[in-house]
Design a protein. Structure first.
Lengths: 213, 231, 231, 213
């Protein structure tokens, strides 16, 4: 089952609660970009765009777009006070050195161990990893936002990833339309089941073992 | 008068692009098309140059940035970090018409910088435990494993700058900077397309991102001639 | 009001320097004293801190820059490129009171940058055929030999900037830039002495050299308190 | 015999003739800094200072010194139109990438093969190499300015350096108060003998074999 627009906003709103004042945060393309809208402005969060901006602000007013001020997804943004522009080595130096508190991205599969697969479907889609490996491996906290199952209804939360990994043991939190799940010591702990889903529905649509406490 | 005119690197597009031929290895600036030099790409399309070995962050979009050359089948190989935004690149790859090699984005950026700085390469742990480490030589430092990633250089780099002075000092425009200062340093011949060309001394020495010594030719930009996705 | 004040990193010298203790590994900006933070160095002298492990370009002059700390015997080790301008450093080294390790200057700069950028190290051919290659691991890339030079980091970095905003974005002053942006990235705790501290938004995002994310504390400079050699 | 002030200027003037219009040049501390004064301004030579300047100009007028605008030797300079300031990685990137046409520096010893020793006297002076290794190894042309003999009258142009090397096979031209010598294929070719010295005096004060053509 597909995640509708409302579900996407619900997921993004839950993800936003993981962001604390003063944090440095990178939002991946797609659903993760919705998260920014749920982070209070007075938190002074510095959003990082891996093409070379620290301190992106919201989409500009219609007609005020600057073709040379865009995020890594290619969409126009603004710059907050304290923002800086730099080349891609600096953008990734900030990531690699471990200064990102939270990275929020999508996934094709996540395993019990927090392994992440999100960049290649062998024989089908080979988009390339972009900055996903750097971000997933080096951010202090990695939050995955995704549909609980794929378009064929198959589980995306699995015992072991069958797709090539983006990074091993990197995911800390999985948020889907059905549940919020923490990855703790190679175990998946369900923190919350999201209405209207039931515990049974979450368990049956998940291949990996889930813990409830 | 005993006065030698300051050498200007400003030339015509035609003169600058005479350095790009069939089979040239070509680095390009740009990230999703933003910061790719539009007038140079247009001229390369018209020149019918082909079999290029491209090196750059991504494959652009089908009709944006370097994607325009890739979509037309002008490249035979591509070292990059992703091609997801240009389905033509994926199709050509699947048809074995485009040889694509992927690197994690930050690693690719550092490999190009290393080439520009005259280093042999870098040691990086990004990609360990993934396909990105396949075929890579490794080294242990203080009980930590790193991949040895060699420096990248190219015959020609094409660069988009906001301003260039006649010596070739460059400043860039916001997120259009991205890979531009990196590829500008890493090629034998660096061709810059500048929105504005100014006399030497006009740019504040403090704010220059790329020193002119790295630049060989400067051409006047005719502006972006593609439609952005968000437009 | 539902308003959280923008966090400012501006603190007193005393608070900032509480992170520097006996035996701290300390990187410093500066090149022959130019661009070394005078007020921080003065405060460190008064704090009587000792047994420092220093990392920086040179040993300053006897009474200029980091040379003031070295001359007073406050360092137990020094990774650097030269000490020729400070005879006290040479004397302490000869007396086995200061353990000095030399690197070619460009290699040292890249080793510190590599630490700041989260790399494991760099490959460089500078120093092959000289004492600089002794004890270094080597690697062959495309039939060329390179030294493996590992990244350097430190517990604390002291930095001199022309302007800092409250978030820690930095710009530097002409040749006082030198190693400052490099050490600013490579330490666990980065302390900046700024000539001028401005509100966020005052610095042009295009001209910021060091993004504020690397900076932990900012102190107001009281200005240079030594006499330059040329004065 | 020591090289007096006049000799230093003569040496510097000869060295300046090696510099062509538009070149990028690094001048070492001491005698090499005198060279700039003999290079015509209209040559638009870009002088490189390895602390982080490309395009240094002459010493400022007295009282106009800027303590933060100095060359690598710590002496105040000015900046020409087209100059740029940068950090030390960029300064050495320019060197390492091979963009310096000429480097002029001092030496303790130079060998027949063009080996240079200028950074350490074991057991005596250990100043460190600074940027000398980078400069000597990577510049397109390396010119050594020095006294023909050391303070004890011993030859500094030798068959084989006894002091630790700065870089092997790097020197292209040696200019002393006695002669201008080109290093070509591991041989020393005397291009010119400088008055008032004679060929015999040059030969007798040189340990290495000299070629005359």
């Amino acid at each position: 089952m597909d995640v509708g627009v409302d579900y996407r906003r619900v997921i993004a709103e839950w993800a936003a609660k993981e962001i604390k004042p003063g944090m440095h945060v990178n939002l991946g393309i797609g659903m993760p970009t919705l998260v920014a809208g749920f982070v209070p402005e007075h938190y002074n969060v510095m959003f990082h765009a891996e093409n070379g901006i620290l301190g992106t602000g919201p989409y500009p007013i219609k007609g005020g777009e600057d073709e040379n001020l865009c995020d890594a997804g290619g969409f126009p943004v603004t710059a907050v006070p304290g923002a800086s522009f730099f080349d891609s080595t600096m953008a990734f130096g900030i990531i690699r050195r471990g200064y990102l508190d939270v990275t929020i991205l999508g996934a094709l599969q996540v395993s019990e161990a927090g392994d992440l697969a999100n960049w290649i479907v062998p024989g089908k889609r080979v988009p390339g990893m972009g900055g996903a490996i750097d971000l997933a491996q080096k951010s202090k906290k990695v939050i995955v936002l995704m549909n609980h199952t794929n378009k064929s209804g198959e589980a995306k939360i699995v015992k072991k990833c069958t797709l090539p990994l983006t990074a091993p043991s990197c995911v800390d939190v999985i948020i889907t339309e059905r549940a919020i799940i923490d990855v703790i010591n190679n175990e998946l702990h369900v923190r919350r089941i999201l209405a209207p889903y039931t515990m049974e529905e979450v368990i049956s649509s998940t291949e990996a073992e889930l813990h409830f406490s | 008068m005993n006065h030698v005119r300051q050498i200007s690197k400003v030339v015509s597009l035609k003169e600058a692009l005479s350095h790009i031929k069939r089979g040239t290895s070509l680095m390009y600036g740009g990230f999703g098309g933003i910061g790719s030099p539009p007038s140079i790409i247009e001229a390369l399309l018209q020149m019918k140059v082909s079999q290029l070995d491209l090196i750059g962050n991504d494959a652009g979009f089908p009709n944006i940035g370097i994607g325009r050359l890739i979509s037309e089948g002008r490249a035979r190989s591509l070292l990059t970090s992703h091609i997801g935004s240009n389905p033509n690149a994926g199709r050509l790859m699947t048809e074995n018409k485009l040889d694509v090699t992927f690197f994690p984005q930050g690693t690719l950026a550092e490999k190009i910088r290393a080439g520009g700085m005259g280093l042999g390469g870098i040691l990086v742990d990004v990609g360990l435990g993934t396909m990105a480490e396949e075929g890579r030589e490794k080294v242990e430092i203080q009980n930590k494993t790193y991949l040895i990633e060699e420096a990248l250089t190219a015959e020609v780099a094409i660069v988009y700058a906001k301003q260039a002075d006649e010596y070739g000092n460059l400043v860039f425009d916001k997120s259009a900077r991205n890979f531009n200062p990196l590829v500008a340093m890493a090629a034998d011949v660096t061709i810059v397309e500048a929105e504005q060309i100014v006399p030497n001394g006009e740019l504040d020495p403090e704010n220059i991102v790329t020193p002119g010594v790295f630049v060989d030719y400067i051409v006047q930009s005719e502006g972006v001639n593609w439609q952005w996705m968000w437009e």
